[in-house]
Design a binder for this molecule. Sequence first.
Ligand code: CIR
Length: 260
Amino acid sequence: MVRGKSTLFTKALVRTPGRSLIHGLTSGKHGIPDFHRALVQHAEYINALRECGLEVLVLKEDEDHPDSTFIEDVALLTPPLAIVTNPGAPSRRGETEGMKEILAAYFESIEEICEPGTVEAGDIMMVGTHFYIGVSERTNKAGAAQVIGYLNKHGLSGSILTLEKVLHLKTGTAYLEHNNLVASGEFIEKPEFRQFNILRIERDEEYAANCIWINEKVLLPKGYPKSRKTVEAAGYEVIDVDVSEFRALDGGLSCLSLRF
Ligand code: CIR
């Protein structure tokens, strides 16, 4: 569904964290997640998605894959097609198993990234019909080229950005529609983003750059008051969600769902 130029979402796909979550990949900067607290936070996250009007489809935990709750990385969903990725992190490869079958209920066209390409969709940001793809430690140029090929086949476009410091592109930037781009660190001055109205996230609140626009509301991590003010001043209703246990694994709000 499209309102003005913005795609309104109707559904979200999430995966319940498993007990193995505590063994997820991490830079180790933010401690070890508490599994029970993570479960509570995940349930609150689902409530926030519902508050934005989404029907939430909940997949059961996958204990074999500690990072599988970060479901955003295993597929790119666009109105005309879904692309199942090939995660760059070897421990995350098996997370894509079964995704094609799940997505087949909602998408007519499903493509897949294959070797030597690697892609984690946290590196892909949708801006209308254009998709920015960050080449990172997880997403390589061959994978990005495959994504662009699939997008082009369906009348969409893509371009590549090189990331310097962040794990994924959307770790540091988020498009909030209406030409508003939340940006932290390396993205504030990025020449490729010059045309956007930059909503600047201060260095001490960088984690808040991973926020999500859903049907004119913005989900923001709890505890970042300056960022909240910035987003509210741009005219959005903000819903804050505590995702501290997922932050411990370098994951944020966007990583926890696939919106479509
Ligand atoms: C990982 O390192 O892959 C996970 N611990 C966190 C993934 C976060 N996903 C994202 O930023 N899209």
